[in-house]
Design a protein around this ligand. Structure first.
Ligand code: SF4
Length: 62
């Protein structure tokens, strides 16, 4: 699984970083994905972050 954050939509609320700090981090007040592939076992956390993102800025592939 891959996940991406659209920097044009992200409002910098940090919710995804709180939900899954192994995958998301803040950079210049927006969230960025710091891994090429979502590590095994974190897929559900990513789906939770996708659903919780108030800006609908997170998407997944694969
Ligand atoms: S939850 Fe959404 S809006 Fe908030 S920091 Fe993450 S990507 Fe940005």
């Amino acid at each position: 699984m891959k996940t991406v954050v659209d920097p044009d939509l992200c409002t910098g609320c940090e919710l995804c970083v709180d939900t899954c700090p192994d995958v998301f981090e803040m950079e210049d007040d927006i969230a960025v994905v710091k891994v090429d592939q979502v590590p095994d076992g974190l897929e559900d956390d990513i789906r939770e972050a996708v659903d919780a993102c108030p800006a609908e800025a997170i998407s997944v592939e694969g």
